[in-house]
Design a binder for this molecule. Sequence first.
Ligand SMILES: C[C@](O)(C(=O)O)[C@H](CC(=O)O)C(=O)O
Length: 294
Amino acid sequence: MRTTTKLRELIAAPGAVMAPGVVDPLFARIVAKHGFAAMYMTGAGTSAARLGMPDVGLLTLTEMVDNAARIAAVSDIPLIADADNGYGGPLNVRRTVQLYERAGVAAIHIEDQVLPKRCGHLAGKQLIPAADMVAKIKAATDARTDPDFVLIARTDALALHGLDAALERAEMYREAGADVLFVESPGAEHLKPINERLRFPSLYNMATSGKTPFLKKSEIEALGFKIIIYPNWLMLAAIKAAEGVLTTLREEETIASIAPQVPSFQQFFDLVGMQEVRELEERYGVPEEARANY
Ligand SMILES: C[C@](O)(C(=O)O)[C@H](CC(=O)O)C(=O)O
């Protein structure tokens, strides 16, 4: 089954789907190994990993699609990808959808910020007129060739203009053909009204800013949300682990005490598909002594 169809089924089923955030195929392998039904390519994390820069709209469409294609290639779990503001006007959005769809992505979210955009939890955001965003959503829905490709419309209006303005925009985006709505950076007090008023599949962004509360999955689905993304948590955990290793290395001048605490050489190669490489080499007649081995 296509990942787009799988994601549609998950959205239609009772409950919410958890999508841990990844920035590259290695993290995608880890998420798949832990049995999650979906994953999320975070734009903020991709900007940090690929550019070492904050999420302020510096990555281009092709850089984002390239990253998404590599992630999608290593698992058959639906990948939901950040597509920022669609990288321009309606014609740019058309191309954005075409390229993400071809990259094997199951869903994208596009937002109503101007170019260059800001991380949704930062100050300094500015919006395009709602009518311009409606045009982009129409362009996006027209552009997909797979009818199951999921289009998530995000509004960044809440932080700037309050809940009513955000919900008005969300309703316009729903009428324009979005499949899922994403009201960015809500606080605890906004969560119930979002679902009661929209009555439509919506996305919960478990961002690290702490603005949106760190609820449990059961609490989030009871509120009515259908997709939960956890954008940067794996990357933050990896940063902390890397800092610990570097501190120890400086202090102890040896890797000896670290080695037993990290995945083994074999576990590392297994994670990145060593078994599959060995099977393929055997199938294509690579002699035993020349096959990759631990
Ligand atoms: C969802 C998001 O767009 C992302 O890039 O992952 C970010 C997440 C974050 O900064 O924690 C966002 O703008 O909310």
